[in-house]
Design a protein around this ligand. Structure first.
Ligand code: AMP
Length: 422
């Protein structure tokens, strides 16, 4: 079968790498893709926002399944437009993608169906929000309702900081995402990313990971899209996983079906492991990036069979096999990221890095000029390794990182610290 993969990041490179191992795959296309993905797929210069062009491409290229990597096309309804043209897709419809697209939607759903999460109130104007903040006191969390590329959450340590966040969001600096806000109770505990596949009805647990959101070592510096990850998360014991599945993910899947918006795709629960048990921080409706990279390195089963079963509603027929070896990925980013950075510097010696035992280098923001690989984004490469334990995976990943010749890049040197020092 022919497959079209939407996206251009490290997540999509990992998905392409894994899909290409499937005996079911005919031809893989990627839109727009990146130079790493080009090793496995024909790149097509389609804009993921141009749904009409994507539908036309699928119909003329006999595409039997579209795998959508990022959240923006999902929230914009790409899957609805594909389904209207009878093209099967892996990913939720626009209505179901509200689980990521609107924090207020998810919070209301949790309240209605008794799903454990931080207590909250939603506001559409600043005065009521500030009054509520003064009543509750700090620490307190202020969130823009809509998609804000990771910039819509302020964990405020003082009432003043929380009020300033309210003003910032209502002043329009986050665009439409900040027209409505959610204020919620501050939760304490360790955070875990928990992935499940849902086919509208059945839920298949798909592994856990922990990421590193801050730019610099010791969890210092500004928030980023993620500077590294490992899987599984040792802190997420089988007991905690069973609770998260039964108390959070399965009730959500049942609720979405009952609401007439059955969820199909990746339901990625950002969890806080609080003293009272796992609580939902947020949902995402696609794989995490870079968490996907470590999941794909551990998955032994045929990814194409699994995503097809998710789209077809037959996940109950699937059992997933995972490698016992943990995986760890280190993100190489352009100096300056997540602020301003230069594009176009040469990255050399990637072959040597990939020569390290059990290492795969996934591309994110790169471009090829025909002979050389150039940096072309904030997060540029994901150096990913497996090992008999996390320490070995980390040693391998950093030996590969050290072979890459790219003076304009940087990475954190402490990926995995939580799991390795616990
Ligand atoms: P979100 O985009 O909702 O995942 O929030 C981004 C980050 O803010 C999370 O990964 C947490 O580290 C933090 N955060 C969000 N909500 C809370 C909360 N209620 N209590 C404590 N930290 C939170």
């Amino acid at each position: 079968m022919n497959v079209l993969l939407i996206g251009s990041g490290g997540r999509e490179h990992a998905l392409a790498w894994k899909l290409a191992q499937s005996p079911r795959l005919g031809k893989l296309f990627a839109a727009p893709g990146n130079p790493g993905i080009a090793d496995f797929a024909e790149l097509v210069p389609l804009d993921p926002a141009d749904h009409e062009a994507i539908v036309r491409f699928c119909l003329t290229n006999d595409i039997a399944l579209v795998v959508v990597g990022p959240e923006v096309p999902l929230v914009a309804g790409l899957v609805d437009d594909l389904e209207a043209a009878r093209i099967p897709a892996f990913g939720p419809t626009k209505a179901a993608a509200q689980l990521e697209g609107s924090k207020a939607y998810t919070k209301e759903l949790c309240a209605t169906y008794d799903i454990p999460t931080a207590r909250h109130r939603s506001f559409v104007e600043p005065a009521g929000a500030k009054h509520y903040i003064r009543q509750k006191g700090a620490p307190i969390v202020v969130k823009a309702d809509g998609l804000a590329a990771g910039k819509g959450v302020v964990v405020a340590m003082s009432v003043e900081e929380a009020e300033a966040a309210v003003d910032m969001m209502f002043a329009g600096s986050l665009g439409a995402a900040g027209e409505s806000i959610v204020i919620e109770e501050f939760m304490t505990g360790e955070e875990v990313s928990y992935f499940c596949l849902v086919d509208g009805e059945h839920v298949l647990p798909f592994g856990s990971a922990q990421d590193h959101k801050r730019a610099y070592d010791g969890d210092e510096g500004p928030n980023t899209g993620g500077m590294g990850a490992y899987s599984p998360a040792p802190v997420f014991t089988p007991d905690l996983e069973a609770r998260a599945l039964e108390e959070i993910v399965k009730p959500t899947a049942r609720a979405m079906k009952a609401l007439g918006n059955p969820f199909r795709g990746v339901l990625y629960a950002g969890l806080m492991l609080t003293p009272e048990g796992p609580k939902l921080v947020e949902y995402n409706v696609r794989f995490g990036d870079p968490e996907c990279q470590v999941l794909m390195r551990r998955l032994k089963s045929d990814l194409l069979e699994i995503v097809q079963a998710t789209a077809d509603g037959t996940l109950d027929k699937i059992t997933c096999e995972w490698s016992d070896d943990p995986a760890l990925t280190v993100v190489l980013a352009s100096k300056g990221y997540p602020g301003d950075f230069q594009k176009g510097s040469e990255i050399a010696n990637l072959d040597a890095a990939e020569g390290v035992e059990n290492v795969t280098v996934f591309h994110a923001g790169t471009r090829s000029d025909g002979t050389k690989i150039l940096s072309w984004g904030g997060r540029v490469l994901n150096v990913t390794a497996t090992g008999k334990d996390l320490a070995e995976a980390r040693t391998r990943a950093y030996s590969a990182v050290d072979l890459i010749d790219w003076p304009e890049g940087f990475c954190r040197r402490d990926i995995g610290w939580r799991a390795l020092t616990n």
